[in-house]
Design a protein around this ligand. Structure first.
Ligand code: SF4
Length: 311
């Protein structure tokens, strides 16, 4: 556990997906799910200790249970159990999970997220590429249409959710047109955040045997191109929050701005809070958003979120 108010709980290890750019299935082995009884005991103990943010971890977190379908809960059932547990205990926390695979992101998972307030309104959905041919070469086992169907379910059932993604630029054979296809999907989805990486071969991955034929300079240009798209969509989301009051979890003193604190919204958007005291670190608070930048927000501390709810 990294902090007293935040915990990361491994629920699954290994991967059966064999994306061509990734060595995880060879280095970590096949998917193995931890017992749900053990996970629920750990989550119970965390919430009894007042932990405010819990993240379920797995290389392929939402394929949880698929290795033992007759004996173990599915991922949706596990989320439901945690939602029920939170209600029984009247616990106040945000539950996240990472990283899911779009192929296993079922409508049922999204429905369960919508049903329980502790299941945080934030989804990390790796895109990797917005071009079907490249997705096939990456062996992602889904196409853009499948991906957009999941996005549409999220927008329908979780309209407040923020969407994050992972993208690789300059994968073997990627053309400028294929890069533009990714930019188009990014504009369609309107991500809040994207972790965009330049492709580099991983020892043991299938693609390490293929020609890494996009130059480093070209990869840098493609990364800059997609970063510009991300900044546009992220800014639009952030600007829409200005003037609104939002609940945040205060995380730490701001290392770059004396007297300010860093916090995150339920959707994991970073907020710099001015004129607040460090004793609120590790607690939920309410802030009024006063300014929006491309990838962050600034806010004014209002008062304890609990008091606001009580009024
Ligand atoms: Fe598995 Fe993720 Fe690696 Fe693909 S990228 S093989 S889903 S761990």
């Amino acid at each position: 556990y990294s902090k007293s108010f935040e915990a990361f709980v491994p629920i699954q290890n290994g991967c059966d997906k064999f994306c061509s750019f990734c060595a995880v299935p060879y280095t970590r082995g096949r998917e193995v799910s931890r017992s749900s009884k053990e996970i629920l005991e750990e989550v119970t103990s965390l919430i009894e200790n007042g932990v405010k943010s819990i993240t379920l971890l797995g290389q392929n977190v939402n394929s949880y249970g698929l290795d033992r379908p007759d004996e173990e809960l599915s991922f949706a059932q596990l989320l439901r159990e945690i939602g029920e547990l939170a209600q029984r205990k009247k616990a106040d926390f945000w539950l996240y999970f990472t990283s899911p695979h779009p192929r296993d992101m079922t409508r049922e998972v999204i429905e369960v997220m919508a049903a329980y307030p502790v299941l945080a309104n934030q989804v990390h959905l790796p895109l990797q590429s917005g071009d079907d041919k490249l997705l096939r070469r990456m062996n992602r086992n889904h196409n853009v249409e499948d991906y957009m169907r999941v996005v549409s379910d999220i927008r329908e059932l979780l309209p407040e959710a923020t969407l994050f993604t992972d993208i690789i630029v300059g994968f073997c054979g990627e053309t400028k047109e294929q890069l533009e296809a990714t930019a188009e999907v990014m504009l369609d989805v309107q991500y809040n955040m994207a972790y965009i990486a330049k492709y580099s071969p991983r020892i043991g991955a299938r693609s390490a045997r293929w020609e890494d034929d996009v130059t480093n300079e070209e990869k840098s240009e493609r990364l800059a191109r997609l970063t510009e798209v991300l900044k546009r969509t992220s800014l639009l989301h952030n600007e829409a929050l200005v003037g609104k009051r939002v609940r945040v979890l205060v995380e730490r003193e701001d290392p770059r701005c004396e007297g300010a604190l860093n916090a995150r919204t339920e959707g994991k958007l970073p907020v710099r809070i001015h004129e607040a005291t460090p004793d609120i670190i590790g607690t939920f608070q309410e802030v009024e958003i006063t300014a929006a930048a491309e990838l962050s927000l600034s806010g004014k501390w209002v008062k304890q979120a609990a008091e606001v709810v009580a009024e």
